[in-house]
Design a protein around this ligand. Sequence first.
Ligand code: PLP
Length: 387
Amino acid sequence: MKNKIYLDNAATTICDSEVIDAMLPYLKTNFGNPSSQHGFGQVAKTAVERSREQIAEMLNAEPYEIIFTSGGTEAINHAIKGVAFYQKRFNKKLHIIASEIEHPAVLQTLKYLEDFGFEISFIKVDENGKINLNDLQNNIRPTTALICVMHANNEIGTIQPINEINNIAKRNNIILFSDTVQSIGKMPFNFSTFNADLCSISAHKINGPKGIGALLLKRGVEFDSLIHGGSQEKNHRGGTENVAAIVGFAKALSIWIKNQNQYSEYFKNLKLYLINKFKLIDGIIINGDENNSLNNILSVSIDSSKIKIDGEMFLINLDLHGLAVSSGSACSSGSAQSSHVIRAIGRNEKTNRATVRFSFGKDTTKEEVVSASEIFLEVLKKMELKN
Ligand code: PLP
């Protein structure tokens, strides 16, 4: 949309034109089914396997450790249900631990598992959104099958100490799943040294197409398949592959990996600009760990004890003034619910509802960020309730 400032890139990003160019031949001419024996099929199969190899190389994984999925949510469902059902059947383990600030895709999957006899323990986070390791240790039981802790939070950007979490998991022979949807591409990532057994990725967060992602799975991790059907993805995920999207995913990831340092430095400066501007206003709180969070995400809350404002109307008005930002996760925006993440870091209900997430993309300009801060402060001033 013209003249609108889009600072909601943690929700989704525009599909890069280089990505679209890479995908088009697989929609127009190379349309074969990768499972077909003939030439059309083999061209498509080669494209899928080449993309898998490229993605594996960029993430320092092995090609067989990648299962293509329809995106982050499916990868998360596959990881959690796959491990949980396997552990229930073969090891009688029915306990799962998760941080309380996981994405709804994790939280709702865990809720579903309760109907199958699983018990879930949630670990608290501190005021910066960092998981409490003592709490994690104390919640471990002999029947704990899985620990779920996201790498970087989608609302406040806080990065979790995955190495330390994995040390606790491995000492107790527990599998660790880390949702890496927001972090992959945005910060260095090496699957061979990253201490989680399973990870999730989504292409549309890094200028790839929507509806494609992957589950990363370390060799030796035993789990049930989620989608039964054909023998695609080594029997783990039946269904004809989305060839064009897989090719686009590999291209999108390559752009982010190639330019990662440059993008990251750029985002750091944009974030600092906003932080410095907002810190001048008594009543604006910066959420998340300022020293250990994603550079592309900045969450701020309007402190209800200092500035009185209707939080929901505030967001609507920002949009009307041409600024597209989010109240929290993509899934919760548009709904009237306040954020479980902002609540978990200690904000009261009113402050929670007056929370805004700015998230930058690789094409975000400094001018847009400067204008965004002006719109934000102008609308805030206009909307402040005097009594
Ligand atoms: N996990 C996190 C942390 C996310 O931010 C998102 C998207 O908002 C997802 C999972 C879901 O990914 P997808 O939209 O590809 O299903």
